[in-house]
Design a protein. Sequence first.
Length: 208
Amino acid sequence: MFPEKINEIVKDIEYKKDSVGRSEDEVYIFEDKYILKVSKDKNRLLDEKERIDFLGKCNIPSSKSICYVEDDEKCYYLRTCINGYSLIDKKIKEDPDLLIDILVNVINILRSIDKYDCPFKSKDNIGKDFVHGDLCLPNIYVDEDYNFAGFIDLDNSGLGDRWYDYSWLLWSLEYNLKTDKYNRVLLDRLGLKFDSEKYDEYIPEDKR
């Protein structure tokens, strides 16, 4: 079913086809070990691989590229899974103080990437800092000890305006906790002042 090079890696591992993600791609999950994306869009898979490989070079916890294969009709990208919990996990949302601690660490991790020479740009904003591009709680994973485990959905990551990430993170925090109480707590912990102009620019009016 898959190219021989990939079959050699995933043989004897049970898998299931996943419906989450881009409808144009086929996504297969091999237990908690690998994720395989199959697409006719070569550029999309190579963009994803480039971003994951870049984070690896920055020594940031992330998925790892295992194998990329092209045949006459499709492209195949195999990477490791990020094992852990997203920040919308019930036990994390029920402990806002823990969530804030995690988010402060996540922002510090993002800022640590700024010193590296990122070769690609975020699509929806302009700046010189590294941004995730969709920094919402479901896209951030931690392990069982609540240590940062990695990001998912990096399609829009790259050089951009850090307030693009901050705006979406504040929106996601308020949306998931059903209160804006902790937005100020997070900003204070980060030593930041709320930038209403940037927030209004980046968050669509129907979400505010």
